[in-house]
Write a protein that binds this ligand. Structure first.
Ligand code: BTN
Length: 261
């Protein structure tokens, strides 16, 4: 079920944003199943790059690995449509640029420092405040589209089972936060970082990402669908993969959930 778009909030966010690509247009809904799903429909209709879809509530919010994503009122749930003209091998850098943009936006609006947990979670005081779900459609040598779905716990309550592992910005600073201001700030940072990325400045995206991450030199355990690997992170390569020194030599980790040991 899709409610009607709310033009007034859309204008508040986009007016005077002065970005090159991101957030020139925005769809805001009160309730939608998932902003990523809606963005995908827009892509099929040939929507322009940089469009933002926001919903106050998602009835079927989705997380990584087909998990559900709790999306009640008060949070910031949105997706951005991109057509990045970069090699699919560098697809992970799109998510890295996105997590940097969110960390910068949160810092500007709340003063809070967040830490990026590979591949793309944002933590404050050890608890998850933001998750990013990137859905990439690519061929051998071309990315057809990327939908970046960003979920931030802002003023929303957290379900009881989430309280141990998650936090909200309101909880961390003790007051509610303007979601419009936060979104504007994130979209501005997003635009700056995304432009660097498509101009080929991969090093600066990686450097910014590393400055928010605490992973290099850490002993971690990675779990993917099939196996568990322990090792020490020696680098994050140019495609955003972890280089893990293990007993059997150095391995490259493309995806998985990590745990610090
Ligand atoms: C994760 O598992 O950490 C990723 C969570 C991503 C949630 C966001 S909320 C906006 C967008 N729409 C969705 O259905 N999911 C993403």
């Amino acid at each position: 079920m899709v409610s009607r778009p709310d033009i007034s909030i859309a204008k508040e966010v986009t007016q005077g944003l002065n970005t090159k690509i991101i957030g020139k247009n925005l769809y805001h809904y009160k309730t939608i199943d998932s902003t990523n799903l809606f963005a995908k429909k827009l892509v099929k209709e040939g929507i322009e790059e940089g469009i933002v879809v926001v919903s106050d509530v998602q009835s079927s919010g989705r997380g990584r690995k087909n998990r559900t994503w709790s999306s009640p009122k008060g949070g910031l749930w949105f997706s951005i449509v991109l057509y990045p003209n970069i090699s699919p091998k560098r697809g992970m850098l799109v998510t890295m640029a996105s997590s940097v943009a969110v960390a910068e936006g949160i810092k500007v609006i709340t003063g809070l420092n967040s830490v990026i947990k590979w591949p793309n979670d944002l933590l404050i005081n050890g608890r998850k405040v933001c998750g990013i779900l990137t859905e990439l459609d690519a061929e051998m040598d071309k990315i057809n589209y990327a939908i970046i779905g960003i979920g931030i716990n802002v003023n929303n309550r957290l379900d009881i089972e989430l309280k141990k592992i998650a936090t909200s910005l309101m909880k961390e600073i003790g007051t509610s936060i303007s979601r419009v201001k936060l979104l504007r700030s994130i979209l501005k940072s997003f635009d700056a970082n995304y432009n660097k990325l498509i101009l080929g400045d991969y090093d600066s995206i990686k450097a910014s990402w590393l400055s928010y991450s605490n992973i290099i030199g850490k002993k971690i355990q990675v779990q993917d669908e099939k196996k568990v690997i322990n090792g020490k992170v020696v680098d994050v390569d140019d495609s955003g993969c972890l280089m893990l020194k293990t007993k059997r030599g150095t391995v490259r980790i493309i995806s998985g959930d990590i745990k610090f040991l």
